[in-house]
Design a protein around this ligand. Structure first.
Ligand SMILES: *[C@@H]1O[C@H](CO)[C@@H](O)[C@H](O)[C@H]1NC(C)=O
Ligand SMILES: *[C@@H]1O[C@H](CO)[C@@H](O)[C@H](O)[C@H]1NC(C)=O
Ligand SMILES: *[C@@H]1O[C@H](CO)[C@@H](O)[C@H](O)[C@H]1NC(C)=O
Ligand SMILES: *[C@@H]1O[C@H](CO)[C@@H](O)[C@H](O)[C@H]1NC(C)=O
Ligand SMILES: *[C@@H]1O[C@H](CO)[C@@H](O)[C@H](O)[C@H]1NC(C)=O
Ligand SMILES: *[C@@H]1O[C@H](CO)[C@@H](O)[C@H](O)[C@H]1NC(C)=O
Ligand SMILES: *[C@@H]1O[C@H](CO)[C@@H](O)[C@H](O)[C@H]1NC(C)=O
Ligand SMILES: *[C@@H]1O[C@H](CO)[C@@H](O)[C@H](O)[C@H]1NC(C)=O
Ligand SMILES: *[C@@H]1O[C@H](CO)[C@@H](O)[C@H](O)[C@H]1NC(C)=O
Ligand SMILES: *[C@@H]1O[C@H](CO)[C@@H](O)[C@H](O)[C@H]1NC(C)=O
Length: 521
């Protein structure tokens, strides 16, 4: 089928509640590779369909409002979707999309932020800086054939330097721990605001990669100095701290002290833990102290009541939040990256137990997809622990009895974490059930979130048609959700996570942008 015709057909017919039946049923096919190739092609078509809608109605603004074909600039107006889509378009070898984005990026003026919203150091680093650096690594590496000239990656590198240089003032605090909410006009921030663990703890991969590419140590140095406060945390005296390796969430910019002892594997904390092992993947010699802290965090999470089995479904495992050393039995879609992250650690450390644990976390997360009417997992849920719960007086709730958890936020924001963990589980095991689960989840997303021009977040995964559309399409749909749905089916990709015993040559930032690891040319 010709892509152009498919796009026109879909745009004209404005299919709001998509049927997934129109795709050939390939489940009877014996050739597993032929099946996964067809699936990869279908994910690529969905990506190009969404790109076309964005390009038609929103480019070069940050994102498409996919219900009324309007646009918004929630990421300071530098074209977030375009920059976030680059690495996925490269991997899929969507030449036209790549060319359009490469022509656009050099025209961005990062000195000027659109609108009055502050610039988020964290979001700007993972989406914009990460997207451009990944473009450099991929196009100077195995995807050189997608560029017209070496000038393309020089321009990307220059823009990465412009952006990071402009953001450097964030680190100008008494401790060197960066502020997150930046006023680009005045080059200032509010020192009394605290910074989150995930903010300060997930910059080092991007800023270190930039330093290595341009041979200027300053960028790496800034983030690594700040990281010391996270690796070796300080709390007010006499507070009961979280278990070893685990952390509170908010950090005082003036003292470097943690202001609380509440944490978890989800929002506000997540990518600090994620990057501890990814920095080790990036360079196992220089970042071995990061790996040591990661192992402590894993041990404390796996051997305490944070590693929790729901009373009605003890076969499932969710990682709970914590307040000091007490488990808070809540988790979220965001926290579902953990399964894949533990598997990655197991692969690079040669530890099969970590892979098994990560598989269990991943399978529990995909069970939240299986539990709902749409086949998509919710934003957040809670449960009762098998050891802590006394159920005598409890009203029986059939959903909880059956599924093991109760939905606390039923929305779906086009998030990638479950597809991401399925990808790692597939790489580690080669078990095609993970490809099947990923494909099923992707088809469910396609069926409930697709609009006439793209994909929208939905309000209720457990209502017919997903409740209603929120009319928002996050740029990370392009960077991550499409990418992981595609990669798990795309056997030939050149950037795969290495299997057990294989070298890791690429590492993905928290936005799904692959970087070359250090000393790999
Ligand atoms: C997604 O939905 C469209 C529109 O209904 C359909 O044509 C396409 O085959 C679907 N793709 C997948 C992967 O389900
Ligand atoms: C599109 O919808 C959004 C709300 O989701 C609204 O703010 C905006 O004004 C609408 N744009 C147009 C052009 O109708
Ligand atoms: C952005 O600001 C920097 C530093 O003030 C300056 O060197 C650069 O030329 C500016 N870039 C643009 C596109 O105005
Ligand atoms: C690359 O940029 C240089 C300097 O701007 C220019 O002289 C050269 O023609 C460009 N090369 C190509 C292939 O565009
Ligand atoms: C960063 O630079 C400062 C000053 O040159 C130095 O004291 C510090 O050790 C460096 N940090 C790292 C992580 O290299
Ligand atoms: C990495 O560690 C080695 C050995 O300690 C050291 O020689 C080298 O300078 C470090 N490189 C960087 C970029 O920090
Ligand atoms: C593998 O990881 C598990 C879980 O943290 C740990 O208990 C075990 O000692 C590790 N095994 C090896 C060989 O390091
Ligand atoms: C994973 O879950 C299965 C099923 O509940 C269990 O038998 C197995 O021991 C678990 N593995 C680990 C490493 O916890
Ligand atoms: C959940 O899994 C079961 C068993 O594989 C299947 O029969 C059922 O259709 C699934 N439900 C959803 C919503 O995917
Ligand atoms: C489970 O969630 C539903 C819907 O949000 C709510 O009505 C119900 O009370 C909850 N049940 C429990 C036991 O919390």
């Amino acid at each position: 089928m010709r892509l152009h015709d498919i796009l026109i057909g879909v745009l004209v017919s404005c299919t709001f509640s998509a049927s997934s039946q129109s795709l050939p049923d390939v489940s009877g096919d014996n050739d597993i590779h032929a099946i996964s190739r067809k699936r990869a092609q279908a994910v690529k078509e969905a990506f190009e369909f969404a790109w076309h809608g964005y390009h038609t109605f929103a480019f070069p603004n940050d994102e498409l409002l996919p219900v009324n074909n309007s646009y918004s600039n929630s990421r300071n107006g530098w074209g977030a979707t375009a920059v976030d889509a680059l690495s996925t378009a490269i991997l899929m070898e969507s030449q036209d999309v790549v060319t359009t984005i490469l022509e656009y990026i050099p025209t961005i003026d990062f000195n000027v932020s659109k609108g009055n919203a502050p610039v988020s150091l964290f979001e700007t680093t993972i989406r914009y800086l990460g997207g451009m650096l990944s473009g450099v690594d991929l196009l100077d590496g195995p995807y050189q054939h997608l560029t017209q000239s070496p000038n393309d990656t020089i321009a990307l590198t220059l823009q990465a330097v412009n952006l990071a240089s402009k953001m450097e003032f964030a680190f100008d605090t008494p401790t060197g721990i960066p502020a997150n909410n930046l006023d680009f006009k005045k080059e200032s921030f509010d020192l009394s605001q605290s910074t989150g663990l995930a903010v300060a703890g997930s910059l080092d991969l991007e800023w270190t990669r930039l330093s290595d590419l341009v041979q200027v140590p300053d960028f790496a140095n800034l983030t690594q100095d700040a990281e010391q406060y996270l690796l070796y945390p300080k709390y007010e005296s006499n507070t009961i701290q979280p278990y070893p390796g685990l952390r509170g969430t908010n950090i005082d910019l003036s003292t470097g002290e943690f202001l609380d002892v509440m944490g978890g594997w989800g929002s506000g904390d997540d990518s600090y833990y994620e990057y501890l092992i990814k920095m080790f993947v990036y360079d196992p010699v220089n970042f071995s102290a990061y790996k040591d802290e990661w192992l402590k965090a894993i041990h404390s999470s796996a051997s305490t009541e944070i590693f929790s089995h729901p009373y009605s479904r003890p076969d499932l495992t969710f990682l709970s939040n914590w307040d000091a050393q007490n488990a808070i039995l809540r988790s979220s879609h965001l926290a579902c990256f953990a399964g894949g992250n533990w598997i990655l650690g197991g692969l690079v450390l040669g530890n099969q137990t970590l892979i098994d644990l990560g598989q269990n976390l991943t399978e529990s997360c995909i069970s939240t997809y299986n539990a709902t009417l749409t086949g998509i997992g919710p934003e957040a849920w809670k449960w009762e622990d098998e050891n802590l719960f006394e159920d005598e007086d409890e009203v029986v709730d059939m959903f909880i009895e059956d599924k093991g958890f109760n939905i606390t936020d039923p929305s779906y924001d086009l998030r990638p974490e479950v597809l991401e963990s399925l990808y790692y589980a597939y790489r580690a095991t080669g078990d095609s059930k993970y490809q099947d689960l990923s494909w099923k989840a992707f088809r469910a997303i396609n069926a409930s979130c697709r609009t006439g021009s793209g994909f929208s977040a939905i309000t209720n995964v457990n209502a017919p048609h997903g409740g209603s559309f929120t009319n928002f399409q996050e740029s990370f749909m392009f960077a991550e959700t499409f990418k992981y749905a595609w990669l798990i089916q795309a056997e030939d990709s050149k950037v795969h996570v290495g299997k057990m015993g294989e070298e890791q040559t690429w590492v993905f930032n928290t936005e799904g942008h692959p970087f070359k690891v250090r000393n790999q040319q």
